[in-house]
Write a protein that binds this ligand. Structure first.
Ligand code: SAM
Length: 379
């Protein structure tokens, strides 16, 4: 059993902890910005493949209080790196520093690389070389308030990059956050899902993959652990093949995305095709004011992340949209549960429906909340 730390957007920790527990992880414990857990190689491979809300899965190797890059260098040299790699492995170090005496992250990364390479050169006369793009062993160095944690990065490249959204739009929701919000909302695949401001269709695509039991990492080309010395190719192939066999063909309930912007629907269709779910989703151009529930299904979940003024326009401009959403829901969607993800409390209150719950999450650096409303009655 090895200890790991899966990172995620702040607010998602309890959701990620539930995902890890469901995968069979041991000693699951959530902290700030991530979740600690223990597991064997099979669990690590499953985590990379299946976690929908994690950004990366790290294997911490060293924790030390360091006040200079020389101290960092010395601390890194206390590990016997021959246990984890050979001079024939390539390496790279990714680093972030915050509120510390060490301020230059690239230099700190270089000192870590030097410490490892110097150890090899002194012992065997050869040293690993650097491959910044796809190293066989990728390191993550995190220094906060002079406390350094050096980890092997089992993901190398954020897990939220699923590969279906190559083009950046104005304000797309991070895929891992979208999946986490669906889980937080308690949406289950047997229930219909509608996003009346779907943009690039992130909620719809993530929901479809959840409903199809499609592992989010299934078409990912590279996980950091694949370059590790201990990588068990046979085990990995078996786990990936099981995940391929587990993908279902049909959705048990409709998933619908609409947006007023024709460009958004084109993009949504393109992303849905990339994700292999275009034939399953209903995506069409429509103003949120015209949104009506699908016929012949029990009430389900409406979820959206309307513009909130911080990134695409000023907040007051969006008051009528939030008000209209609330009116439409009250008039036409009785029994449905409405979830709105926004950073703007003033706008969220313009929905004017009874607020059942609100949960804070970070969307990058922006503090947002997922507001849940009932669709009957006034505020
Ligand atoms: C923040 S973006 C949503 C991003 C989306 N969640 C994604 O991941 O791409 C807000 C969306 O609301 C849409 N929108 C704005 N006003 C609308 C309206 N009246 N009816 C429907 N959609 C609207 C915009 O076109 C935009 O795509």
């Amino acid at each position: 059993m090895t200890g790991y730390f899966a990172t995620c957007a702040r607010g998602l920790e309890p959701v990620l902890a539930r995902e890890l527990a469901a995968l069979g992880a041991d000693s699951v414990e959530h902290g700030r910005g991530g979740v600690k857990f223990r597991g064997d190689s099979a669990l690590l491979y499953r985590a990379g493949l299946w976690l929908r809300t994690a950004v990366r899965v790290l294997r911490p190797m060293l924790e030390a209080d360091v006040f200079s890059t020389d101290e960092l260098y010395d601390a890194v040299r206390t590990i016997d790196w021959a246990d984890f790699m050979t001079p024939d492995h390539t390496l790279a170090v990714d680093c972030n520093v915050r509120d510390s005496a060490i301020t230059h992250s690239q230099y700190a990364a270089r000192r870590v690389k030097d410490a490892i390479c110097d150890q090899f050169r002194e012992r065997v006369g050869r040293r690993p070389s650097v491959d910044p793009d796809q190293p066989m062993v990728g390191f993550n160095l995190h220094v906060h308030k002079n406390h350094a944690i050096l980890s092997l990065d089992s993901s190398w490249g954020s897990l939220h990059k699923r590969g279906y959204r190559p083009v950046q739009t104005i304000a797309p929701l991070n895929e891992a956050l979208a999946a986490g919000l669906l889980m937080q909302a308690g949406w289950t695949p047997e229930t219909p899902l509608v996003d009346p401001m779907c943009g690039s269709a992130t909620f719809c695509i993530e929901a479809a993959w959840m409903a199809l039991n499609r592992a989010p990492g299934l078409t990912r080309k590279w996980f950091g652990f694949q370059g590790w010395r201990e990588f068990d190719r046979v085990l990995w192939n078996a786990i990936r093949d099981d995940a391929r066999d587990a993908v279902k063909k049909d959705l048990p309930a409709p998933i619908i995305g609409t947006d007023v912007h024709p460009g958004a629907i084109d993009l949504a269709n393109q992303n849905a095709r990339n994700a292999g779910v275009a034939h399953l989703l209903k995506l069409e151009r429509k103003d949120a004011g015209q949104a009506r529930p699908p016929a012949g299904v029990a009430p389900g979940v409406v979820i959206c992340n309307p513009p909130y003024g911080e990134r695409i326009g000023e907040e007051k401009e969006w008051v009528p949209l939030y008000t209209k959403l609330g009116q439409v829901m009250r008039d036409h969607w009785p029994g449905w549960r409405l979830f709105v993800f926004t950073s703007n409390d003033m706008l969220a209150r313009k929905v004017k429906l009874p607020v059942k719950q609100r949960t804070p999450f970070f969307n990058g650096k922006i503090e947002c909340q997922l507001w849940e409303y009932g669709t009957e009655g006034k505020k």
